[in-house]
Design a protein around this ligand. Structure first.
Ligand code: SF4
Length: 387
């Protein structure tokens, strides 16, 4: 069993914006019936942590040779320190797959940088999905993932955790709140109840008091105590590493299960959260609206080995740049590949002000982020009560 101790899950706004806002705009995430029936927490619109497994994108590893020449450290710093220039750094690069250029032709956005984005007509030609062939779609989708891997080489789950048990609990707690809030809350929880046995035997009222800051604390208390009991009674106190077992846990649906599988067990999975749903539709990767169908449709565009990192890249982009209500198109590094360019602010200076987290110069959500994130200029989130 492989455990990624440097990562967690999640996805919210730095301003504390709750998932509810986006969930109400986009299609609500639906968990599998099995999980829905069991888990109070995941029945809420935007459940558990959505970031997916994995660390730096494998897609980044397949970046074109000319990009690799710059060296990973330099790229990371550039991405972190110059948010709005990310587009300049990536969009202007030649396509890693030559024939991918054909897929770019019908795009509305300019081919280079945010400055060019400013002057480009929003939709001079039809979007790529209108008459895009399957082959062109696959190439464009994979190129977007490669570009995002360049922009977020340090992408990781945004829930702090040290073992699979902590991850599954934190992911359940992340429903309807920010990962930051969860990360600020779980240290006290895991200090008092470090194992499934401890939490299974806990006094619910005491757990509720600890979880109060995360909202829906009674339902969440019920879920985490309930799943701890199932772990103890049916799985020997260990978090199972199979999807079919994970979804049997109270509060755990497919999305949460994939988060755990990807991040704690290194097993590829696509995490279809609210960001993922919104972005893949903007990119016209699929017209599906059901999370399970989106998962299948997008999964078919990529090799399985890319799934976990793809989830990270998409979710990070959704949190930082391609927001639900005000996407920062003018500062977007994949504008040339996006049929929805122009849906948000296209003025580069105005778009820069919309950037969040490290792209906007703010702390991330993890109190204990991976070293790669810190090396790239990212900052840890403050502990609870630190202001
Ligand atoms: S809609 Fe999103 S992905 Fe497309 S250009 Fe705007 S910010 Fe970028």
């Amino acid at each position: 069993m492989r455990v990624r101790r440097d990562s967690a899950v999640g996805e919210q706004d730095p301003d504390g914006g709750r998932k509810t806002a986006e969930a109400t705009k986009g299609t609500p995430v639906k968990e599998e019936p099995t999980a829905r029936a069991k888990g109070a927490a995941e029945e809420k619109p935007e459940p558990a942590g959505e970031a997916a497994a994995g660390g730096t994108g494998s897609a980044g590893k397949t970046a074109p040779a000319e990009k690799a020449a710059a060296g990973p450290a330099g790229k990371k710093k550039a991405a972190a320190r110059k948010p709005a220039s990310a587009g300049r750094a990536t969009a202007g690069k030649s396509a890693p797959v030559r024939r991918a250029r054909a897929a770019e032709k019908p795009l509305a956005a300019p081919e280079k940088g945010t400055a060019a984005v400013k002057d480009a007509p929003a939709r001079t030609v039809a979007g790529p999905a209108g008459n895009e062939s399957r082959t062109a779609l696959v190439r464009r989708a994979r190129r977007i993932n490669r570009e995002l891997a360049e922009v977020y080489p340090y992408a990781h789950p945004e829930l702090d955790f040290e073992n699979p048990f902590q991850l599954v609990v934190a992911t359940v707690l992340s429903a309807q709140t920010t990962d930051l809030r969860v990360n600020q809350t779980t240290p006290a929880l895991f200090a008092k109840y470090p194992t499934p046995e401890d939490l299974a035997a806990a006094n619910p009222e005491e757990v509720e008091e600890i979880l109060r800051p995360t909202g829906f604390f009674r339902a969440k208390t019920k879920s985490v105590i309930g799943l701890s009991k199932v772990l103890v009674e049916e799985f020997g106190g260990e978090v199972p590493g199979r999807l079919e077992d994970l979804v049997k846990l109270p509060g755990v649906g497919r999305k949460t299960a994939f988060v755990v599988l990807g991040n704690a067990f290194g097993r590829p999975g696509i995490t279809v959260d609210t960001h993922f749903q919104r972005l893949v539709r903007r990119w016209r990767w699929t017209e599906e609206t059901d999370p399970d169908k989106i998962e299948a449709a997008v999964g078919a565009l990529f090799p399985k080995s890319d799934w976990t990192d793809l989830s990270h890249h998409v979710i990070w982009h959704g949190r930082r740049i391609c927001h639900a209500r005000k996407p920062a198109c003018g500062a977007c590094p994949i504008a040339p590949l996006c049929p929805a360019y122009g849906e948000g602010e296209t003025d580069p200076e105005k778009a820069k002000k919309l950037l969040k987290y490290e792209k906007g110069g703010f702390p991330g959500q993890r109190l204990k982020p991976p070293q790669a994130y810190l090396d790239a200029g990212g900052r840890p989130a403050p502990p609870l009560g630190a202001g």
